[in-house]
Structures are given as C-alpha cells and as structure tokens.
Write a protein that binds this ligand. Structure first.
Ligand code: FES
Ligand SMILES: [Fe+2]
Length: 404
C-alpha cells in the first residue's frame, strides 16, 4: 500500500482508539427505511438497475483454464455464459440462441470448440459468431453475420473476472477506482481457486451486506473468535466513490504478525498493514473482500428474491503445485464456517422483524456509516426519479465520500 495512505490509516486507527465521544466531524446518520428490505417492487428495481447495471464478480481467470473453457453465470438474474475464445480472451454472452432462444449450453461448465444449441443445432464460435445453421437452405436471406450471440460486458482485472450487463458501463478499472490500485498488492494473477462455500439465508441480500460493513457486532456475535483477534475500538472506515468502501480494524498485539494461514502458504506479496490489521474492501453492490496473508475469500451476497439470499464464499490463494487442496487452506475454510454460522444465524430473525408491523427505520451509528453509504449507492444506481420518498436514504453523507 502507498506509504502516505498507510500512515493515514494507522493515525486514524490510533485516533479512533483514543476518542471517548464521536469524532468532531461526525454527524447523525439519517435513518434507513426498512421497506428497502421487504418490498418486492423495490427488489425488482434493484434487480434491474443495481444487478443488471453493476460489475459483478464472476470468478478468477484460472477458472477458465484454456481455449473453449466456459462457465454459466446467472447471478444477475439473466442466463449468461462466459467463455474463453480461441484468442485467449474471456467474453460473456447471453446464453440464448439467435434462432428461437434456447440455451447454447446447458452444462454449468465445460470446454468446447463451439457452443451448439441443443434445440436445432445452430452453432457458435467461442467468439460468439454464428458458424453453422443446419438446413440453411430453408432460410431465405439468412444474415449469419448479424446473428451472433448477444454480448455482455466482461472484463478481467488482475486475474479477477467481472460481468456487467449494462451497455452504458464504465470500464472495470474505472468502476473499481482506488480499489484497483490498492488491491493489486495481493497479486491476483497468481491465484487459484481453493474452494467455495454456500449459505442459504432467509433474508434480503442487503441485510447480509450491512453485516460485513461494520464491526460493531463483533463483540456480541463473535465473542470467541473475531472479538479476541481484533480491537473493534480502532475501526477506521472510508467511503469510496460508487458505493465502494474500505474498513480497517487493528489486530490485538498478540496476533499482530501471525500469518493467517501458515508460514508455508503465506502470500509474500501482502504488505505490513494488511498483516497487522483486518482490512476489507466493500465492492458495490454485493462483494466484500477481506485482505489476508494466505487465502482470500470473496464474499458474494446473491439475491434470490426479496427475502432470500445466497451467501457465496469463493476462496482463492497463491497457486500451489498439484491438484490436491492443501490442508492448511481447507482447515482455514472450516474454521471460518464457525464465524459465518454466527453471522448468518441472525439474518432470518432480523428479516422477520423488519417485515412486521413493528418495523421502524434503522438508526445506525457514525462507526457504521458504510452501511448508509452502500444504501445510498443503491438509490443512485436505481436513479432518484424512480426511488419513492418512503424508501429513499438521505444524501447527507455524500460530502464524506473520499477519492481514495
Ligand atoms: S433455438 Fe437454437 S437452434 Fe433453434
Ligand atoms: Fe460478523
């Protein structure tokens, strides 16, 4: 991390530890209406404008290991296939044949020279170009050049693959802004997938995102693990442009320089600040990435419907030899399940509470302001003219957004 930024974060952590009242620049955080978590109409707005209009995490480039490797991706709500072309480039397309709409692959993943529709066998190159039409003699004026698969935005940054359905999207690097620079330190291109874990939650996706944007709950919910490791009084947060964020909390002295996995599977690219603190990036809309010295987990909150969410953890680590997953990594993943079980246990009951007649707008603290920042970015993605006043969050914290 850049030295000035590192110094600033360390100074801010010390100031946070020392204060006995809200910092001088703190303001009351405006309330967050609970309709945002329960209204199916609002959920549809999010689907359309947030999930179909943002860069969404799809995996690591190594998960498409060679030419013709493809994987389906349906997290934005639409069927998409991501495929590595003959030129090595990853591209995404709607998984919909230009003949009569059938999927051009039904397999979740695989490798193919061509994507061939299983309805009438139109086939497409890995670049999406229509290559063959059986019985072409029966189609008058067939313009195969105009009948390629419909493309979707797909970009790779430092090994990480993102997809964006919107035709009016910024480039991925522009979207990530300062995070692109700051996260490059983990040397993403050298990573490979360790494994995935999935939790099915009876709550709105934003309730789970909110939980990863504060450490206020750590003492209550994680008394036997995270609370022992981190000094929650040091928490230092930064609201970054486009709803992104950074949260840093100091480790307690006895754990400060301990590798998070093991010395053997330590990632040497990771600098001191991330070893001595827990720093996590919130990448709008639904991704949280805690920095780490060994394996990195990409926590994705995927909406299923207004009251259900899949929390997907995708673990990555610097590539190792052989096919077997090192026990140090699997052990770490199992351990993390304990923490996740504590986090997720609250979610269903909160959803029930916010769906009841007793629901009232959330009153959060200044130290939790990343939640407000994230929620405000949801409104901005939906567009203020579409946001009902009953559901809107205030713009009062916009002036606290920092360029880095
Ligand atoms: S729908 Fe694909 S070939 Fe007919
Ligand atoms: Fe937690």
């Amino acid at each position: 991390m850049e030295a000035t930024l590192e110094r600033t974060i360390r100074e801010r952590m010390e100031a946070e530890k020392a204060r006995t009242s809200p910092p001088p620049d703190a303001v009351a955080v405006p309330p967050i209406p609970t309709e945002r978590y329960t209204d199916p109409g609002w959920f549809e707005l999010e689907r359309t404008h947030v999930f179909q209009g943002s860069w969404l995490f799809a995996g690591h480039a190594s998960e498409w290991p060679g030419v013709g490797a493809y994987r389906q991706f349906s997290r934005s709500g639409a069927p998409i296939v991501i495929v590595r072309g003959d030129d090595g480039v990853l591209r995404a397309f709607y998984n919909a044949c230009r003949h009569r709409g059938a999927p051009v692959t039904r397999d979740e993943c695989g490798t193919a020279k061509r994507l061939t529709c299983q309805y009438h066998s139109w086939s497409y190159g890995t670049d999406g170009v229509l290559k063959a039409v059986p019985d072409a003699r029966s189609f008058a004026d067939l313009r195969t050049d105009d009948l390629g698969l419909v493309p979707v935005g797909c970009e790779v940054w430092d090994g990480w693959v993102f997809v964006n359905e919107s035709p009016e999207r910024p480039s991925l690097v522009e979207y990530l802004g300062p995070i692109a620079d700051q996260m490059r330190e983990i040397n993403g291109t050298s990573m490979r997938l360790v494994g995935t874990q999935s939790h099915h939650l009876a709550c709105n996706w934003k309730l789970m995102v909110d939980a990863f944007l504060e450490v206020y709950h750590v003492r209550t919910v994680h008394p036997d693990n995270a609370a022992l490791l981190y000094d929650d009084q040091s928490v230092t947060v930064t609201m970054l442009p486009r709803g992104h964020s950074r949260l840093t909390v100091d480790k307690r002295d006895m754990f400060r320089d301990m590798p998070m996995v093991s010395p053997e599977y330590d990632n040497p690219a990771v600098g001191e600040l991330w070893r001595q603190t827990s720093t996590s990036y919130g990448i709008f809309p639904n991704l949280v990435v805690p920095m780490d010295t060994g394996a990195f987990t990409f926590l994705c909150m995927w909406p299923v419907d207004v009251g259900h969410t899949e929390l997907e953890l995708r673990w990555y680590a610097p590539a190792w030899e052989g096919d077997e997953i090192p026990a140090d990594h699997t052990g770490r993943m199992e351990l993390f399940e304990t923490v996740m079980a504590q986090d997720t246990a609250n979610m269903g009951p909160i959803q029930e509470s916010v769906s009841s007649a007793g629901a009232r707008p959330f009153q959060i603290g200044w130290h939790e302001r990343l939640i407000h920042h994230f929620q405000r970015a949801v409104d901005l993605a939906i567009g203020s003219d579409r946001v009902p006043t009953t559901h809107a969050v205030s713009d009062a914290l916009d002036r606290f957004v920092e360029p880095a």
